[in-house]
Design a binder for this molecule. Structure first.
Ligand code: F6R
Length: 261
C-alpha cells in the first residue's frame, strides 16, 4: 500500500485526478470505478479541469458507481445515479451511456446485484477504483462485519452512516434510506488499482485503523491491505492518527524516479 500525505484537500484531489488521468491516457477505454459523497469531489473537479484543458479525454472511458440506495429512483436528486451524473459524468465529459449504477428500484434487487457483477465483468473489470471511507471504516456501503469475499449485494446502512449522510437529505435522518446495493469488498478488490481519498479530522480514526490496524471485518477498508496496488491519498488532518506518518512522508520524498507515474 502506498500512503501519500498531502498538505490539504485540494492537493489530494489533484493527486487522485493525475493518477486517474494517467490510467486513461494509457488506455482511453479504461473502466473507472466511481464513488459518490464529499470525498471524491476534489478529484472530480481536478479531473474536469484536465479535461477542459484538453490534457485527458474521458469520452471513451466507462464508469461503474460503487453503490446506490434501494428504493430511490434514478430521477431523484438523492439517487447515486443522479449524483454520479451531476458530479462525475457531466463535468468529466464521459458518455452517459457508458456510466452505470446499480438499479436500486429493480423489482428483483437480488437479480440486479448479480446483473451488476455481470456488467462489470463484461466490461473487462475495473481499471481504477476511486474510494472514500466512512467514519465507521466502510468502503462502498460495506458496513462493519462485511465479508472480505462479498460481491455486489443488498446491505442495511449502519446508523452512523445514515447519520453521516443525513446532510445530503437536508438533515432529515428519516429521509435517509435504510438499504442500499453496494459492490462487495471482493468486487472492489478485483479492481486493478484502488485509490482511496480521505480529507479531514473526522476520517483520521478510520484511516488509521484501515491502514495500520489488523485486517478486520469490523474495519471494511482494512481490505485494502490485501490489494497489490492500493494508494491512499490523505490530507494532514485525515493522516493525523497514523503512527508511521513520518515513514510515509520519507518514503514518498525518496520515491525512485522510475516509480513516479
Ligand atoms: C460513496 C461510498 C461511501 C463514501 C463514504 C464517505 O459512493 O461508497 O463509501 O465514500 O461514505 O462519504 P463522504 O465522502 O461523503 O465522507
Amino acid at each position: 500500500m502506498e500512503i501519500v500525505i498531502l498538505p490539504d484537500g485540494a492537493a489530494v484531489g489533484a493527486a487522485a485526478a493525475d493518477r486517474i488521468a494517467a490510467v486513461v491516457r494509457r488506455n482511453p477505454q479504461a473502466v473507472l470505478g466511481l464513488a459518490t459523497g464529499s470525498s471524491p469531489l476534489g478529484a472530480y473537479g481536478a479531473l474536469a479541469a484536465l479535461v477542459a484543458r484538453g490534457e485527458v479525454d474521458l469520452s471513451h472511458a466507462s464508469g461503474f458507481a460503487l453503490d446506490e440506495y434501494v428504493g430511490v429512483p434514478p430521477e431523484s436528486a438523492h439517487s447515486y445515479a443522479a449524483t454520479i451524473a451531476r458530479d462525475a459524468t457531466g463535468p468529466l465529459g464521459m458518455d452517459p451511456a457508458r456510466v452505470q449504477t446499480p438499479d436500486g428500484t429493480a423489482p428483483d434487487p437480488e437479480a440486479a446485484c448479480v446483473d451488476y457483477e455481470r456488467r462489470i465483468r463484461e466490461a473487462g473489470g475495473i481499471d481504477v477504483q476511486l474510494l472514500g471511507i466512512g467514519t465507521n471504516g466502510h468502503i462502498g456501503f460495506n458496513e462493519p462485519t462485511s465479508s472480505f469475499a462479498s460481491r455486489t449485494r443488498i446491505k442495511t446502512l449502519a446508523p452512523r452512516t445514515r447519520q453521516d449522510n443525513a446532510r445530503f437529505f437536508g438533515g432529515d435522518l428519516d429521509a435517509v434510506p435504510l438499504h442500499c446495493i453496494t459492490q462487495g469488498l471482493g468486487t472492489i478488490l478485483d479492481a486493478r488499482q484502488l485509490l482511496l481519498v480521505a480529507q479531514g479530522e473526522s476520517k483520521a480514526t478510520a484511516v488509521a485503523a484501515a491502514v495500520e490496524g489488523p485486517l478486520s471485518a469490523m474495519v471494511p477498508a482494512s481490505a485494502l491491505q490485501l490489494h497489490r496496488s492500493a494508494v491512499v491519498l490523505l490530507d494532514e488532518a485525515a493522516a493525523s492518527k497514523l503512527t508511521l506518518a513520518d515513514y510515509y512522508r520519507f518514503t514518498y520524498d525518496h520515491k525512485p524516479t522510475w516509480q513516479r507515474g
